[in-house]
Ligand binder design. Structure first.
Ligand code: TYC
Length: 113
């Protein structure tokens, strides 16, 4: 029954008497993870306002902004852009503030890319 767990020593006597510690050093700092800024559809925000938001905060031209707005309108959600966390968070806040100031219920959120 009792196997008697004596000598529970990982170093054992067969090794070179050293514990192998693996330390990886990175040549380059790890690149920051990216986040998608998502725009959500709703029934009340005017299409022109969404296009304006996409042009103003995501530097899209008229054609691109219209395409993305229509995608969100038809599918419910769409990607406005992909950025490092702090930039993505700032964009979300800018969009939400601007929508609130104009009394539109437009919603914007973050998702890890
Ligand atoms: N569905 C809105 C309308 O019909 C337009 C709209 C598009 C709203 C995209 C939000 O993220 C959005 N007026």
């Amino acid at each position: 029954m009792d196997e008697g767990e004596k000598g529970d020593d990982d170093e054992g006597d067969g090794g070179a008497g050293q514990i192998d510690l693996v330390t990886k050093t990175r040549a380059k700092p790890k690149k920051p993870s990216q986040f998608k800024v998502l725009m959500l559809n709703d029934d009340y925000t005017p299409m022109e306002f969404v296009v304006l938001v996409l042009k103003r905060f995501f530097r899209m031209d008229m054609e691109q902004a219209t395409q993305v707005m229509l995608h969100v309108h038809q599918r419910g959600v769409g990607v406005c852009g992909i950025y490092p966390y702090e930039i993505a968070e700032t964009k979300v806040n800018q969009v939400m503030d601007f929508a609130r100031q104009n009394q539109h219920p437009l919603q914007c959120t973050l998702e890890k890319a």
